[in-house]
Write a protein that binds this ligand. Structure first.
Ligand code: FAD
Ligand code: SF4
Ligand code: SF4
Length: 533
């Protein structure tokens, strides 16, 4: 028999799929660059690169601690993301192709983190010379603070508010993200020696030039919190409130009752959150009105459904035209029909049918039509057309000591994107301070496969587990709506995962074996000719 040893040896890597979590360790340690990792779609879609497959796999096998470790490997704020992440992973999940329902990836993360209950701690801190100023204690700034402190650098975190958290504390309502969870996960800052200086405002008592002199690096992560205005006469009335101010007052427990009838203008998450908050503050009738058609609304579909369950009505494709007042009291808001949102060139430019109008009586209007960044905070020469000129890999601004992250960079996005940028910026800052190459192993081709078919035959016939929620009649206050899975529900849901990603051998293997030795799950076995092993 004619045996070609070289070709026969490129198929000698055996993976026990019941053990493998697609962690990629074997791929990283392969000396001959033989192994490739098929990266599961959920992990590809996650901005922080969380190994969702891995934690779900551990959970399906009842190994809670190992599952939790996988979450913490990617980001310290799993309890927060487990509740309010925008869940791009679920939109990419292969399970959708099986029964139209993704694995409940976010809810499973919440389950794991709720089993734990201990605050995240930056590990192995060996003090290094070097100090960093972070301005903005939202998810971007806090994530950067965590990793910079973990690297041993001195971190001072400034924020114009008295407490850290950004929109996680002052925007997202407590019935979605309880204060207890937020405070538990932000506890690392005090525990690990991050110096928090509240009531410090960049552009006020803080000056960027001065920060650059005092610190080795500066991260600007001040979000996008300047609310957009409608430009309609009467908008400055005390009965017409910007959504972020309204939500912040509610979280501070200082919001005045909004009156019986409330109209919220806008179709994003701030609008839906404000509407549900108004209901909890005693409004009898809450209506959301937006320019977008239903399918175009930027708010999360699950939040819209929840709001409708609570009795909030939504009117799509209407634009505000005028406010009516009687002796300075707001009485009505008038809308006209919106027939198109964009012009032929795709620019936002709403068109109206003036013959169709809608009059909604109300005591309060909440305006939630979007936010923009405080562009005046940076040197004007640092801006290109409409955006800050940054290196997209390092997030550094114009070869300076200044880095940026989060919504401040490109306008309103999501928590997990802000955290991902905070992480990337922290890596750049560590490297800059230590005189290392900022680009090393970033943005260049890794040994990964993105297009592949999972093993469809493994799909159990089982519908997605539904998270129990607080009965609508009981949603009077700010108690959390989503109840969390029981252990049995979580394990059963985790078993729906197809365990899509897996490593494989691409070229000839020379039996050096670090892959087999380093595999934390003992899932990989190299078939070595008898006389060699
Ligand atoms: C109502 C609402 C609900 C949302 N819900 C979700 C959700 O469920 N899931 C999701 O993924 N995303 C959600 N988002 C989006 C998400 O909150 C943001 O994308 C995210 O918070 C951005 O993080 P960041 O760190 O860039 O900015 P921020 O969270 O805005 O934090 C910026 C920080 O900078 C501080 N700051 C601002 N200006 C200055 C200054 N001049 N000097 C000093 N400090 C300053 C602020 O006080 C704040 O603490 C929501 C947004 C809103 C408005
Ligand atoms: S075989 Fe082992 S090291 Fe390789 S991806 Fe699977 S679990 Fe990780
Ligand atoms: S089936 Fe599992 S591994 Fe595959 S994309 Fe969905 S959650 Fe990820």
């Amino acid at each position: 028999m004619d045996i070609n040893l070289l070709t026969s040896l490129n198929d000698n890597i055996r993976i026990d799929r019941s053990k493998c979590t697609a962690c990629g360790k074997c791929v990283d340690v392969c000396i001959l660059d033989n192994l490739r990792l098929q990266l599961s779609p959920c992990r590809q879609a996650c901005p922080v690169g969380m190994n969702c497959q891995g934690y779900i796999h551990h959970l399906a096998q009842n190994r809670m601690d190992k599952g939790l470790e996988k979450v913490k490997e990617a980001v310290p704020f799993g309890g927060i993301l487990g509740r309010v992440c925008s869940r791009p992973c679920e939109a990419a999940c292969n399970r959708l192709k099986v029964d139209g329902q993704s694995v409940a990836i976010r809810d499973l993360k919440r389950f794991l983190c709720d089993q734990d209950g201990t605050p995240p701690v930056p590990e192995g801190t060996t003090e290094l010379p070097g100090s960093v100023a972070i301005v903005g204690a939202g998810p971007a700034g806090l994530t950067a603070a965590f990793y910079l402190r973990a690297a041993g650098l001195k971190v001072t975190l400034f924020d114009r508010e008295s407490e850290p958290g950004g929109l996680m504390r002052w925007g997202i309502p407590e019935f979605r993200l309880p204060l207890e969870i937020l405070e538990r996960e932000l506890h690392f800052a005090t525990a690990a020696g991050v110096e928090f200086r509240g009531n410090s405002t960049l552009g006020g008592d803080l000056d960027l030039q001065e920060l650059q002199h005092r610190f080795d690096a500066v991260l600007v992560a001040v979000g996008a919190s300047e609310h957009l205005k409608l430009g309609i006469p009467g908008e400055d009335s005390p009965h017409i409130l910007p959504a972020l101010e309204f939500l912040k007052r509610a979280r501070e427990k200082k919001a005045a009752p909004p009156g019986d009838r409330v109209v919220v203008i806008g179709g994003g998450n701030a609008a839906v959150d404000a509407a549900q908050t108004a209901l909890r503050l005693g409004a009898g009738n809450v209506t959301v009105v937006c320019l977008e058609k239903r399918e175009e609304m930027p708010a999360f579909s699950w939040s819209i459904a929840e709001a409708e369950d609570e009795g909030i009505s939504i009117h799509n494709a209407w634009g505000p035209q005028a406010f009516k007042f009687t002796r300075e009291r707001l009485t009505t808001v008038i809308f006209r029909k919106c027939t198109a949102l964009y012009d032929a060139a795709g620019r936002f430019s709403p068109l109206y049918d003036e013959s169709q109008s809608m009059h909604l009586p109300c005591a309060t209007v909440i305006v939630a039509i979007g936010q923009k960044t405080q562009s005046a905070l940076l040197d004007p020469s640092w801006f290109g057309p409409g955006a800050i000129r940054i290196d997209p890999i390092t997030l550094r601004v114009a070869e300076s000591k200044v880095f940026v992250a989060g919504d401040f960079v490109r306008g309103p996005r999501t928590l997990v994107e802000a955290m991902a940028q905070g992480k990337e910026a922290s890596l750049s800052i560590q490297r800059m301070i230590q005189g290392e190459d900022l680009y090393y192993e970033r943005g260049n081709g890794k040994p990964l496969e993105f297009q592949f078919e999972p093993d469809w035959s493994q799909a159990l016939k089982r519908s997605r587990a539904v998270m129990p929620t607080l009965a609508v009649a009981k949603r009077k206050g700010f108690e959390e709506v989503a109840g969390g899975f029981s252990r049995d529900e979580a394990v059963a849901e985790a078993e729906r995962c197809l365990n899509c990603g897996v490593p494989f051998g691409l070229r000839t293997c020379w039996f050096c074996l670090p892959c087999e030795i380093e595999c934390p799950e003992e899932a990989l076995y190299v078939e070595v000719p008898y006389l060699l092993r």
